[in-house]
Design a protein around this ligand. Structure first.
Ligand SMILES: NC(=O)c1ccc[n+]([C@@H]2O[C@H](COP(=O)([O-])OP(=O)(O)OC[C@H]3O[C@@H](n4cnc5c(N)ncnc54)[C@H](O)[C@@H]3O)[C@@H](O)[C@H]2O)c1
Length: 276
């Protein structure tokens, strides 16, 4: 079902690598809801992924940018403003990568060069993006910027390693910049804390299969899928959420408010051979 929620709105979507990407689903839904979009990713991801297919489907240009490079971000924002003929309405930051997690370095044995990269790619890139958008006054009043995050910023999850620290920083940047951008230009900034989702980045986390199953068994509504996330993000880009800013919004089927569900309780008892 479509509601024309984004009719006449324009925006940039970072992070669509392939059909599994959450950003891919957001791009599709945004266009279905009437938006015009620009797609962006790194040169390598554009080459190795299938973003061309998405661009054709969404009638969107692809502008290459490494989100850790301020120069690239400036070029991206300039070109996007040229393409749209001025300011735009929304931006999705859907970027995450940890070399420590990828190479299986446990949290008690981090490589610090890798940690710097994790933080730069997964969190500081959000500050760089916001700083460029703000300096160029690129986002319209009542515009909306959303970044995707995970609950490991608040609670510890096995296998998530230094990405937990990156997500904590990302969420903090959304609050700190949200205060300034809201005050000066009425632009809102939020993070959406999504359920574990089967994507390329998701699969990089060791034990992802078990994590997905555990989260699903804990959540009264079950895990939120990438498609569900896209629906939620579209509402945050729309005019229906104009006064929502500086929030970390859980989109996880209820997981974040659960302590113990019946199914996890019974699975634990069965696994441990204890009597009830
Ligand atoms: N998959 C999950 O379980 C899950 C859960 C919660 C939050 N998230 C978050 O959702 C976001 C999107 O991830 P996804 O799961 O769709 O995986 P994905 O692998 O499809 O997307 C990650 C994207 O980050 C991009 N990227 C990496 N380095 C970059 C750089 N330097 N500059 C620009 N882009 C860069 C990649 O090219 C890729 O498109 C991430 O922030 C991730 O942490 C994912």
């Amino acid at each position: 079902m479509t509601y024309n929620l984004l009719k006449g709105k324009k925006g940039i979507i970072f992070g669509a690598l392939n059909e599994q990407s959450i950003a891919w689903k957001v791009a599709e839904r945004a266009v279905e809801e009437g938006a015009e979009i620009v797609l962006t990713n790194t040169a390598m991801s554009i080459r190795l992924g299938s973003i061309d297919e998405l661009a054709a489907k969404c009638n969107a240009p692809i502008i290459e940018a490494d989100a850790t490079s301020v120069e690239d971000l400036e070029r991206l924002v300039d070109k996007t403003m040229e393409h749209f003929g001025g300011q735009f309405d929304f931006v999705l930051h859907s970027i995450g990568m940890s070399p420590n997690v990828r190479k299986g370095r446990p949290y008690q044995d981090l490589n610090y060069d890798f940690l710097s990269k994790t933080l730069d790619i997964s969190a500081v890139s959000f500050h760089k993006l916001l700083q460029v958008l703000y300096a160029k006054n690129a986002v319209k009043e009542w515009g909306s910027v959303v970044a995707l995050t995970y609950m490991a910023a608040q609670r510890t999850f096995v296998g998530y390693g230094d990405m937990a620290d990156a997500k904590a920083l990302l969420e903090s940047i959304a609050r700190s910049f949200g205060a300034i951008y809201g005050r000066d230009h009425k632009v809102r900034i939020n993070t959406v804390s999504q359920s574990p989702t089967e994507t390329t980045a998701g699969k990089g986390v060791k034990g992802m299969g078990g994590m997905l199953e555990f989260a699903d068994s804990m959540s009264p509504l079950g895990n939120a899928l990438a498609e569900d996330c896209a629906n939620y993000v579209v509402t945050l880009f729309s005019d229906l959420t104009r006064k929502v800013t500086m929030q970390n919004l859980y989109h996880d089927g209820g997981f974040s408010s659960m302590g113990l569900s019946e199914s996890v309780y019974h699975a634990f008892l069965n696994g441990s051979n204890s009597d009830e």
